[in-house]
Design a protein around this ligand. Structure first.
Ligand code: PLP
Length: 380
């Protein structure tokens, strides 16, 4: 048995999604910008995919722009807002994905924005009173705060953050890459200026995503070139990627309740099974507090041991694909800026298990047992 528990990194493609994409690789190959029938049939399929995404998010197709993935969508939202709207102050958190953090750091280094970081506690919960303090008496600001953290799974109340941003006339971008396709996002309710999706996180293809940009936020494109995406993103469209993205999101919304129940069950089982067989464990983030944590992600800190140097490698040898990284940066571990920001003990090995609809209880039992055995042997 080889077990894949790295679904926050990427998910396997759904066969139903592949079947929807295949005709656009072989038969419908036209360039959607061409005016002849080969082009027109593909243009029409892209617009249908856009309508599907827009309907699921309760918005209009004019507010959905396809991109090469989450990273590009995050970059476009942040960089283009600062450039086009002359924004000089930005607020984010030290817990964001590098697609946001590195973009913000670049803007700060170039002298384009003054950057403020929001306070958080050791489980990754944000201090929203601090957000109000940071927004008060500042020029117009961009606030970039993710919905769920990709490493520890802590969920942020983006509706509340949207409300605060509106109160202070700030632009709100939320990196929703880890929750898109896992929760039913209604953009009318969230009230963000920007949301982001990446198909490969919800059983769609890699290299395609989208940016939701609310119609009143007028930004210039990040990528110059052709008139694709209504002049907002030059470059021939990733046609079969876009078709696959829309299909994957449709399936995700259709089956969400059933999959959420199954996956939450797997996560709870992993917590229970690990606790049953091991002592001195801790779960990073809000995993033990039910709906405060993304149900697909479990980040566990294991006992201090020599084994931690090669933890992911040892798991791989035991036929388990997972990811993570301790708070330090050494050897096989890349080190995690999120765990460091939370003050997690660097001597402990930390691993992220992330689940999907394809995982089974038998796999969870195998992984928990294998991890417990690895440490028992080492600590004996
Ligand atoms: C929170 C978050 N934002 C952005 C990204 C980047 O998305 P993509 O792989 O589509 O560029 C990821 C991917 O891991 C992510 O987890």
């Amino acid at each position: 048995m080889r077990v894949y528990l790295d679904n926050a990194a990427t998910t396997p493609l759904d066969k139903e999604v592949f079947d929807a994409m295949a005709p656009f690789m072989l038969e419908h190959f036209g360039n959607p910008s061409s005016i002849h029938s080969h082009g027109r049939e593909v243009r029409s399929a892209i617009e249908k995919a856009r309508r599907t995404v827009a309907t699921l998010l309760n918005t209009s197709p004019a507010e959905v722009f396809f991109t090469s993935g989450g990273t590009e969508a995050d970059n476009a939202a942040i960089v283009c807002t600062c450039r086009s709207l002359g924004i000089k102050h930005a607020i984010t958190t030290k817990l964001e994905h590098h697609a946001v953090l590195h973009t913000m750091e670049m803007l700060e280094k170039q002298g384009d924005v003054q950057l403020s970081y929001l306070r958080h506690d050791e489980r990754g919960n944000l201090d929203l009173e601090h957000l109000e303090e940071l927004l008060a008496n500042q020029p117009r600001t961009i606030v970039s705060i993710m919905h769920a953290n990709n490493e520890i799974g802590t969920l942020n109340d983006i509706e509340k953050i949207g409300e605060i941003c509106r109160k202070y006339d700030a632009i709100f971008h939320s990196d929703t890459v880890q929750t898109m396709g896992h929760y039913k996002h209604d953009v009318q309710q969230i009230g963000a200026n920007f949301l982001v999706g990446s198909a490969h996180k919800f059983h769609g293809p890699k290299g395609v995503g989208f940016l939701y940009c609310d119609a009143s936020t007028k930004i210039q494109p990040l990528i110059q070139g052709g008139a694709q995406e209504r002049n907002m993103r030059g470059g021939t469209e990733n046609v079969y990627g876009i078709i696959g993205l829309a299909k994957a999101l449709e399936i995700a919304y259709r089956d969400m309740a059933e999959h959420q129940k199954h996956i939450q069950g797997l996560k709870d089982r992993m917590i229970y099974k690990l606790r049953e067989q091991m002592e001195d464990l801790s779960f990073n983030g809000m995993s033990e507090f039910g709906d405060k944590s993304l149900y697909t992600v479990l980040n566990v800190s294991l006992p201090a041991s020599d084994i931690n140097e090669m933890l992911l490698f040892s798991l791989d040898i035991a036929k388990i694909s997972a990811s993570g990284g301790s708070a330090c940066s050494s050897g096989a571990n890349a080190g995690s800026h999120v765990l460091r920001a939370l003050g997690v003990d660097p001597l402990r090995g930390s691993v992220r298990f992330s689940f999907s609809k394809y995982n089974t209880e038998a796999e969870i039992d195998y992984v928990a047992e294998t991890v417990a055995k690895m440490y028992k042997k080492e600590l004996a």
